[in-house]
Design a protein around this ligand. Structure first.
Ligand code: QV4
Ligand code: CA
Length: 494
């Protein structure tokens, strides 16, 4: 009896801290990371593009005051000076307005929160006008003093959890999340964001914090703000940055009981597959069999803001916008397959890995420029506005919870599958053409291939695919086609 009570109690505690629900509005799926975008631009993007095209959420760059560093590298935003909401993306009023405007059109906001550390030595002036003295661990804008930090030491050994969690990541002053004052300040910061209407958090450098300390912090988070349309009792969605590619002593499983994790193996594996280092036919058991965390614990992506430019761990096989054909195929597969919570990367173009976002004057971030074909210019790549990607977000919304069926492969790099009877997708990554009659699982009719074109009224600007009464269709994807994928779904029926 006593044991049973104890077990029930443990199960209840686990449930109380479990924050895996994305809080997406119903019928929506697919998050985009609008890396380094300004709040006013994100608000407009929610209204003009993300809402209408079916996106469910946006991960925004860190919102709190950061150190102003030399040539304004993107990574200065990972060096906090205070929790005042003023950055190059905008101030608190602009942030609050963006959250309201996005929620109003059904698009949720997720904040990249950095609370493992503050800034490194020499980086003492903040974007909100605060000053700090990192060398003496003094951050009066919070305030934090030397009592709130771990003793100075460098992370040198990823096989020693104490070294990874209690020492400094590249010299960034390491906060002690076991300290109650530090916990209070972090909880206040996160709850302030929740009150403003955000739907969840990406927890930066979670691997560098003790799971027990995070559990205490998460356990004190407020419910989402019902004034923004969330149901009462809903908790923030939490996805924790834990890079676990294997071979280190810290495992993502230490974190998956409390929230989702950023599944870097997904990025690594999908990159290898579509670079031709692994065969597409093996994708038949895509999911935990590949070493990924459970589907609802996995925040998945083709690339992220670090590994697209060689920061962080791994990365050699990662696909980016620079390898556009393979990138679109990998993104289409990620969005077509039911596994995980997908996040689309939206980049600014770069050559130098330290280079910051486009600016008007070397400091102020420039707004994206939109072309008539919906794509961006002005230094912004906007992968989320590529037809092959936004139309696959619509595909994901159209197929809902339908599972993978009608799997087919040619024994190497040509595959196809349906999502129940609502969507069908085929890929060719072989160096010869795909030309086969394949089972689509869809009702008979003509469909618009949403990869090569758009449905416009009863016609299609791209390929039309005709499904017969037996559900089969002739599928052709030339090895040299612009896109190595075709996709049709019930909402693209002509
Ligand atoms: C330099 C020296 C250090 C020295 C220090 C002393 O290199 O040896 O100790 O000065 O002052 C930048 C510079 C880095 C510099 C550091 C401190 O690149 O050279 O150290 O600032 O001034 C981003 C960038 C980092 C950047 C950091 C802070 O990637 O290059 O460091 O921001 O501005 C691991 C972690 C994982 C992490 C990943 C990058 O497990 O958690 O590395 N990923 C997240 C974010 C990432 C961010 C951080 C964590 C830090 O996604 O973008 O790092 O918040 O895998
Ligand atoms: Ca730490």
């Amino acid at each position: 009896m006593f044991l049973t009570k104890g077990l029930i109690c443990i199960a209840f505690l686990a449930l109380a801290n479990a924050q895996f629900a994305t809080n997406y509005a119903s019928g929506r799926n697919g998050m985009v990371h609008l890396f380094e975008w300004k709040w006013d631009d994100i608000a407009a993007e929610c209204e003009n593009f993300l809402g209408p095209y079916g996106y469910a959420g946006v991960q925004v760059s860190p919102v709190n005051e950061n150190a102003v560093i030399g040539a304004r590298p993107w990574w200065e935003r990972y060096q906090p000076i205070s929790y005042k909401l003023t950055t190059r993306s905008g101030n608190e009023a602009q942030f609050a307005s963006m959250v309201s405007r996005c929620n109003a059109v059904g698009v949720r906001i997720y904040v990249d929160v950095v609370f493992n550390h503050m800034s490194a030595d020499g980086n003492s002036y903040g974007t909100g006008g605060s000053t700090a003295d990192p060398s003496s661990k003094s951050f009066p804008g919070v305030p934090f003093s030397s009592l709130d930090f771990n003793p100075t030491c460098a992370i040198t050994n990823y096989n020693d959890p104490t070294n990874v969690r209690n020492c400094e990541l590249v010299g960034l002053r390491d906060l002690n999340q076991g300290n109650s004052w530090v916990q209070d300040k972090i909880v206040d910061f996160l709850n302030h964001l929740t009150n403003l209407g955000v739907a969840g958090f990406r927890v930066d450098a979670a691997k560098h914090m003790w799971p027990g300390d995070l559990a205490v912090i998460y356990g004190r988070l407020n419910n989402l703000n019902t004034a923004h349309g969330f149901s009462s009792g809903a908790k923030p969605y939490i996805f924790q940055e834990v890079i676990d590619l294997g071979g280190e002593s810290i495992s993502k499983s230490e974190y998956t009981g409390m929230g989702a994790v950023t599944e870097f193996r997904h990025s690594d594996s999908i990159g290898k597959v579509f670079r031709g280092k692994d065969q597409l036919r093996y994708l038949t058991n895509w999911g935990t069999a590949w070493g990924f965390a459970a589907s609802d614990r996995s925040l998945i992506f083709v690339d992220n803001h670090d590994n697209q430019r060689g920061h962080g761990a791994g990365g050699a096989d990662v696909l980016t916008y620079k390898v556009a054909k393979q990138y679109k195929m990998a993104s289409a597969f990620m969005l077509a397959h039911p596994f995980g919570t997908p996040r689309v990367m939206s980049s600014f173009a770069f050559d130098d890995t330290d280079q910051g976002p486009p600016t008007t004057d070397g400091h102020n971030i420039a707004s994206p420029v939109f072309n008539s074909d919906l794509s961006c210019s002005g230094g912004w790549v906007c992968e989320h506005r590529w037809r092959q990607i936004y139309n696959m977000v619509a595909f994901r919304n159209a197929v809902g919870d339908d599972q993978v069926s009608n799997w087919w492969d040619n024994g190497s790099n040509q595959i196809s599958f349906s999502r129940g009877s609502r969507g069908f997708v085929a890929f060719n990554n072989d160096n010869y053409d795909l030309n086969s009659s394949l089972q689509t699982g869809l009702p008979a009719g003509s469909y618009c291939d949403v990869i090569s074109g758009l449905k416009s009224g009863s016609s299609c600007t791209g390929k039309t695919i005709v499904v017969g009464s037996d559900g089969r269709a002739n599928i052709n994807i030339a090895s040299n086609a612009d896109d190595g994928v075709v996709a049709i779904h019930v909402n693209a029926k002509l």
